[in-house]
Unconditional design. Structure first.
Length: 421
């Protein structure tokens, strides 16, 4: 029998998305047990939340790596290459490392009818065991309580900013969504959580942690002082210690503080090492700036209203007096009315497009959501590639591509930009 190529396997994995989102831990538990429970092979950290999960994971990973630990980081989704989901010491793995695992579990995948995310999670478990990592960091895919990553037994659980997103699956109010996110809390396992100022959400967190005898540490965004933006980084002071992150936007400071406190509770608290680690954190498509053919390109995978508002705030701060062309492609299950409305406040030119996925919102729907003054001004391009070409031919010196990971990934691929360089 002919061995399937990498591209054939990836295409098959994508076809599994037709199985939809199936919440539950039974199948992933069964699959992992068949492999000898690789999810328990090394100490781990679990990160849930609405916005900032990936960045918080990257900050935690960088701190552990700067302490000399070998790290495994599981993220989703990827931007350009599938391998971006599995990072060893901050770098995407070579294809053969996960392909070898896939070929060994292919029968199990079909027998248990695993979904796309369950398969990628299982690959991460086994990959990190084979790589003998010292620490594994897992980003929750959606929610938390019934997410496939939730069979791990982490040393600590971290919860980032909670906002409205995935309402069809997680609930239509913050309390319901918070309850799902807090489903990652484990008995007697410390929890670090960003306090976003919603007292109802905090009460849910306190009750959940109390029931599990899990110590809860709340981090307030106001704990950061002297927050300033430079050309290359964001500076802040936390507990009398200065820090610098190359991540742009004041909202990223909260993610860095969350990671910092997580590291402290794990026993990694040397300020010199942590400061160096945070300074070197890189996360693609989080206000990622690329110089391209005389223009400044900004790639940001903001994909819900909260993330878009943070993006708009950062764009105003960074490019207040420069014209910004926005390329926007959004998924149909998002609140794209709120997202488009916010983007219109910063754009001098707006190009509407749709990423190449069944989940993409149609351009007509996006146009219908525009404020009246933009309905005639907005440009429509049926593909992300054509939208980016149009933006590059505009007179605007700054082009921002946003709306979803799919949109940003297609834009990067079209321009030949590798997320990790």
């Amino acid at each position: 029998m002919k061995t399937k190529s990498r591209n054939e396997i990836i295409q098959h994995l994508y076809s599994l998305t037709a199985r939809g989102v199936k919440f539950g831990l039974e199948k992933i538990s069964d699959a992992s047990a068949r492999l000898g429970n690789p999810h328990l092979a090394c100490p781990s950290v679990h990160v849930a939340g609405t916005n900032g999960k990936g960045t918080t994971c990257a900050c935690i990973e960088s701190i552990l790596r700067h302490y000399g630990k070998k790290t495994g980081l599981f993220l989703s989704p990827h931007l350009v290459e599938f391998e971006e989901r599995f990072l060893i010491n901050g770098k995407p793995v070579p294809p053969e490392s996960w392909l070898d695992i896939y070929r060994g579990i292919e029968d199990c995948i079909e027998e248990l009818d695993l979904t796309f995310f369950e398969v990628t999670t299982l690959i991460a478990f086994e990959l990190f065991r084979r790589e003998n990592v010292d620490w594994a960091i897992y980003e929750v895919g959606m929610g938390g309580r019934l997410d496939a990553t939730n069979i791990i037994k982490p040393r600590i659980s971290a919860i980032t900013h909670i906002d409205l997103d995935h309402e069809a699956f997680l609930g239509t109010d913050l309390v319901s969504i918070a309850a799902e996110k807090l489903g990652i809390v484990k008995p007697e396992t410390p929890v670090v959580m960003l306090d976003s100022g919603n007292s109802d959400v905090i009460r849910v967190a306190q009750k959940r942690c109390r029931e599990n005898l899990a110590p809860l540490t709340l981090i307030s965004p106001s704990s950061a002082h002297a927050v300033t933006d430079s050309n290359t980084s964001t500076l802040f002071v936390y507990k009398c210690q200065p820090y610098s992150i190359q991540l742009k936007g004041k909202h990223q400071v909260s993610n860095a503080m969350l990671a910092l406190e997580t590291a402290h509770l794990l026993g990694f608290s040397e300020n010199v090492i942590i400061a160096e680690a945070l300074k070197n954190v890189f996360m693609p498509a989080r206000f990622q700036i690329v110089k391209y053919k005389g223009k400044t390109l900004v790639f940001d995978a903001a994909h819900n209203p909260g993330a878009i508002h943070a993006l708009v705030s950062t764009l105003k701060s960074k490019f207040e007096n420069r014209g910004i062309c926005i390329v926007a492609g959004i998924l149909s299950d998002k609140n794209f009315v709120a997202m488009i409305t916010a983007l219109c406040t910063i754009a001098v030119q707006l190009i509407l497009t749709s990423p190449h996925t069944d989940r993409g919102a149609g351009i007509a729907a996006l146009k219908e959501s525009l404020p009246d003054e933009w309905k005639e001004k907005a440009i429509e391009r049926e593909t992300v590639a054509r939208a980016m070409d149009e933006a590059l031919s505009s007179s605007a010196p700054v082009v921002c591509c946003t709306g979803s990971f799919y949109t940003v990934g297609e834009a990067m691929q079209h321009l030949g930009i590798q997320p990790y360089g």
